[in-house]
Structure formats: structure tokens, C-alpha cells
Ligand binder design. Structure first.
Ligand code: FDM
Length: 215
């Protein structure tokens, strides 16, 4: 008999406005998956370690200025340069827990100017990237997020812009996303994230295929 191919890993994405708890929750999810014997890794975008990532980092820290369209394409290219490696890892059975992806890319760029670059323009370079198996959207009003120690020093960390980001996330939302109220306790939010992650991992074990954005 032909040996059955090993199950692929799941692509589990965290999205939400700044300070909603994505970093805490994605870290915690990877820890709990590993403790349960799941081969899991934490990835994040922008990936600031690559050459493009270094430019993005300089832009976010305001030491580099760039046209809104150009920086949008650079954020997107930063996902494209990692696409093959993501696909390989998933194929090797690694579950990838990812902190931000294309949805942040679109929501942030479209929120920068009013009127700015429209959603369809922003989505175009993302088409063909991997579609997550699950999106865990940590929902939180911007005012509540702001009280969590306030926004930092980087570009985009203002209440007004984050409000528009949240509005765009609402438009981008699809019915298969898991919307999680992020105002609960860390453990409470974690258990909801873990349940949604388990369900996605199970679907991948049962043969769910990797899809692409935005089909
Ligand atoms: N951001 C993030 C974008 O503008 N486009 C993108 O494609 C991505 C992935 O970069 F303000 C924004 C969102 C945030 C900033 O993200 C850096 P982290 O998660 O705070 O490092």
C-alpha cells in the first residue's frame, strides 16, 4: 500500500487592532500547542529580519519616508518573499501561528488617508498568497486597546488611524473567521483561541487543502 502522506500543518492567523493582545495570545497558543505535542511555530509580519523587512522597520520607526503605495507593495513583497518557506513548513506538518498578514496589510494602508488607496487596490498584490486556515480576530474597541499602556512611538499608533483600521477589518471579515472578544482575561481569550486552532488543525489532518487569497 502507498504510505499515507503526513498531515500538513495549519495556517492560523491572528488579526486585530494594535494592543488587542495578538502577541500575547499568539505566543501562548504556540506554547500550548507544543505542550500538546503539535509541531508549531510563531511567525510574524512584517518580518523585520529580511532586507525588505529592514526597510519596513526603518519606515515604521520614521527614519525612512516612503510613498504610501510603495510601502504597501513592500509589506506585500515581504509576505511574497516568505511564501514558499511558509508553504514548505506547512507541507512538512508544521502548524504556523502567524501574528498579522494580508488583512493588516490592506486595513492599515487603506486607513492612512481619507480618501486614500482603496481596498481593491490594496488587496490586488495579496492575491495568490496563502489563505489562512483560520483567522482569529481579536476584537476590541480602540479606546479599550488604548488604555492597555497606550500606543507606542511607531507610525500608525494613533487612535484615529486605529479606528479606521478597525472599520476596514470589519469590511474584510469573512464568515469563516472566528471573532473573539479580546476584553476577557488572558486565559479566557486563550481557551477560545485554542479551541478554534484545534478545529483548524483537525480540518487539515482530515485533508483540507491550502487555499489562496482572495479567491
Ligand atoms: N502593518 C503590518 C502594515 O501596515 N502592513 C502590513 O502588511 C503589516 C503586516 O505595521 F502598525 C502595520 C501594522 C502595525 C505595524 O506591526 C507593525 P507590529 O505587529 O506592531 O510589529
Amino acid at each position: 500500500a502507498v504510505p499515507k502522506a503526513a498531515a500538513r500543518g495549519a495556517f492560523i492567523l491572528f488579526e486585530g487592532v494594535d494592543r488587542c493582545g495578538k502577541t500575547t495570545q499568539s505566543t501562548k497558543l504556540v506554547e500550548s500547542l507544543k505542550a500538546a505535542g503539535v509541531n508549531a511555530e510563531l511567525w510574524r509580519y512584517p518580518d523585520r529580519t529580511t532586507e525588505m523587512g529592514k526597510m519596513i522597520n526603518a519606515y515604521l520607526q520614521s527614519s525612512l519616508d516612503m510613498d504610501d503605495g510603495a510601502i504597501h507593495l513592500l509589506f506585500s513583497a515581504n509576505r511574497w518573499e516568505k511564501r514558499a518557506a511558509m508553504e514548505k513548513a506547512l507541507g512538512d506538518g508544521v502548524t504556523l501561528v502567524v501574528d498579522r498578514y494580508s488583512y493588516s496589510g490592506v486595513a492599515f494602508t487603506a486607513a492612512k488617508e481619507v480618501p486614500g488607496l482603496d481596498l481593491e487596490w490594496c488587496k490586488a498584490p495579496e492575491r495568490g498568497l496563502l489563505r489562512p486556515d483560520a483567522v482569529l480576530y481579536l476584537d476590541m474597541p480602540v479606546d479599550a486597546a488604548k488604555t492597555r499602556g497606550g500606543f507606542g512611538e511607531e507610525r500608525y499608533e494613533t487612535g484615529e488611524l486605529q479606528e479606521r483600521v478597525r472599520t476596514h477589518f470589519r469590511v474584510l471579515r469573512e464568515d469563516w473567521w472566528t471573532i473573539i472578544d479580546a476584553s476577557g482575561t488572558i486565559d479566557d481569550v486563550h481557551s477560545k483561541c485554542a479551541a478554534a486552532a484545534d478545529e483548524a488543525i483537525q480540518r487539515c489532518r482530515e485533508g483540507a487543502e491550502l487555499a489562496r487569497l482572495w479567491d
